[in-house]
Ligand binder design. Structure first.
Ligand code: FAD
Ligand code: SF4
Length: 510
């Protein structure tokens, strides 16, 4: 009789056709799934994120068993649980007589190293749930001076035929940004995103997580994430029918009273593998084809998945394990308490952090232009910022979080992901949100006690990095603006910014 193999399925590999399961034999092999402290505490993950992963894993394991798979499932509180992935593989190898492991490559270099040094032979299979393979991304990237999303995205549109009419982009344009990205409209009635009431399995996980991880930042309830493929498909359907038509308009808007606007909330389901990127893009495309959603909205949405999500993943794999330690701009300030819900006078930061605490969710512009922009301008330590983003969002896995945080948001990779830093003063936040009206800082003040910190730090940041950015054609105009300002005003702005940064360094509330 042939010895069984262990088929490792990780918490973000919950796809029936994931590579390791595809290569497995139901009659011979044993699927190993494990809730372990080594993963749950690698960073202080938000309780909703831990609950989402464990609940989705338990549902997925039950489905596999119903289909006739042998599943060795370790719950977090099982007394025999060794609390690490290699430990669970070794335990189940001893119990089943298995001598080898099949695994789909993890999206995390730390876990990849743990599998590579596991005493059992582990055969790592490429994760092919992406629309661009690692080999194809490398072939596209090799020999290019710069990797730019726009060129990659066009190539992906041509290759997949998404939103194409022959060899031309639908509507004659690749990009509808000019029509999209409007400021927030506070009084609009918007459909609510679909949230799911926890069933008995999820309720049990929520109780476990509340008991074991109650000290982590974030509320475990109310919990409404889809934890099965069936729920994820309902969420996709609801988004496509109700919110997609306004997606483009509201893509960059922020409202204090509405954490969701017209976003899809599909990233957790996509990143866990409950949904596949192509089916999500095709579903959106179908709404445009049926005349129910404008092309601009659908193109804006498809670009996020076909373009950004794939581009980010390609960069993560290409740049390798050292990426998360990059610090091209030399940021060194520790992460201030405001990120963990500490007191602040900044209404925009308070709103973004509060909804992160309550929902394990903030949409892209809150992550990029509020919490990320602040971290960039203040010169926070990129490793600490990376640890925070990895911990606090339900959709955070290293392969997607690290390039977004270190590359797009902090420019810590020196310009691999972005051609220039996403740095902005308070005027941007004021234009795109309703935060500033309720803030004790004044967005129109450029210096003084009540000047918006983004206004002070913006110029401080530009001057700290003048040597690096002054020749960038898209940033040079800002340096010319600064040079034209009165000397007295410039001195006041820089002195106020220095004072603000000193308070931040002392750990004083800002
Ligand atoms: P929507 O606005 O509805 O967008 C649709 C989908 O597009 C998303 O579900 C997501 O799958 C994809 N997408 C959009 N933008 C990006 C992007 N920049 N990179 C990759 N995919 C994208 N996304 C994560 O999935 N996990 C993370 O850990 C993560 N960390 C981030 C950290 C920072 C500092 C920044 C600036 C962005 C980060 N993002 C991350 C990207 C983006 O913010 C989220 O994908 C998005 O907010 C998820 O919400 P949604 O599903 O409602 O997205
Ligand atoms: Fe944020 Fe500045 Fe507006 Fe206050 S004034 S909400 S700190 S951008």
């Amino acid at each position: 009789m042939v010895a069984p193999r262990l088929i490792l399925v990780l918490g973000d590999q919950l796809t029936p056709g994931v590579a390791a399961l595809r290569a497995a034999d139901k009659r011979r092999d044993v699927v190993v799934m494990a809730e372990v402290m080594a993963e749950a505490q690698a960073v202080p993950h938000h309780p909703q994120k831990i609950a989402l992963i464990f609940a989705a894993m338990r549902h997925f394991a039950a489905d596999l068993q119903a289909q006739g798979w042998r599943v060795a499932y370790a719950r977090l509180d099982d007394p025999e649980n060794t609390q690490s992935i290699p430990g669970e593989l070794i335990r189940h190898a001893a119990a089943t007589g298995a001598v080898e492991v099949l695994a789909t490559r993890p999206g995390d270099w730390r876990l990849m190293a743990a599998l590579e040094t596991c005493p059992l032979p582990v055969h790592l299979l490429e994760d092919d749930r992406f629309l661009c393979s690692v080999a194809d991304f490398d072939a596209w990237a090799d020999g290019r001076k710069e990797l730019r999303l726009e060129w990659f995205y066009r190539e992906m549109r041509r290759r997949t035929g998404l939103l194409m009419q022959g060899d031309q982009p639908a509507g004659g344009q690749w990009n509808f940004d000019k029509e999209n990205r409007k400021p927030a409209a506070p009084d609009l009635l918007r459909p609510r995103p679909l949230r799911f009431a926890p069933d008995a399995t999820t309720a049990e996980v929520l109780a476990l997580v509340a008991a074991r991880f109650g000290g982590h930042f974030g509320r475990v309830e109310p919990f409404g994430w889809p934890v099965t493929r069936a729920e994820a498909l309902q969420a996709l359907e609801h988004f496509a029918q109700h919110s997609l038509p306004r997606f483009g308009d509201e893509q960059d808007a922020m409202l204090a009273g509405d954490p969701w606007l017209s976003h899809s909330l599909l990233s957790p389901a996509l990143n866990l593998g409950l949904l596949l990127p192509m089916e999500v893009c095709r579903r959106a495309e179908a709404e445009w084809q049926a005349g129910r959603a404008p092309l601009a909205a659908v193109e804006g949405f498809v670009r996020q998945i076909l373009g950004w999500r794939e581009f980010i993943r390609g960069v993560w794999r290409r740049e390798g394990p050292g990426y998360a330690q990059r610090n091209a701009l030399g940021g060194g300030l520790p992460l201030p308490q405001v990120y963990w819900g500490g007191p602040t006078r900044m209404a925009c930061m308070a709103a973004a952090v509060a909804q992160t605490r309550d929902l394990a969710y903030a949409h892209h512009i809150q992550r990029l232009m509020v919490t990320g922009n602040f971290a960039l301008l203040a010169g926070l330590d990129p490793a600490e910022v990376h640890g925070w983003y990895l911990a606090v969002y339900a959709d955070a896995f290293e392969w997607v979080e690290a390039p977004n945080t270190l590359g797009m948001s902090l420019f810590a990779d020196g310009g691999v992901v972005a051609s220039k830093p996403y740095a902005a003063s308070g005027a941007y936040i004021d234009r795109m949100s309703d935060y500033c009206g309720g803030c004790s800082y004044r967005v129109q003040d450029k210096s003084g006690d009540r000047a918006c910190p983004f206004n002070l730090l913006y110029w401080h940041f530009l001057l700290r990095h003048r040597d690096r950015f002054a020749r960038n054609p898209r940033m040079a105009p800002m340096y010319r603006t600064w040079d034209r300002m009165a000397e007295g005003h410039k001195a006041r702005v820089l002195a106020d910014a220095d004072r603000f940064l000193a308070r931040l360094a002392e750990g004083a509330p800002v």
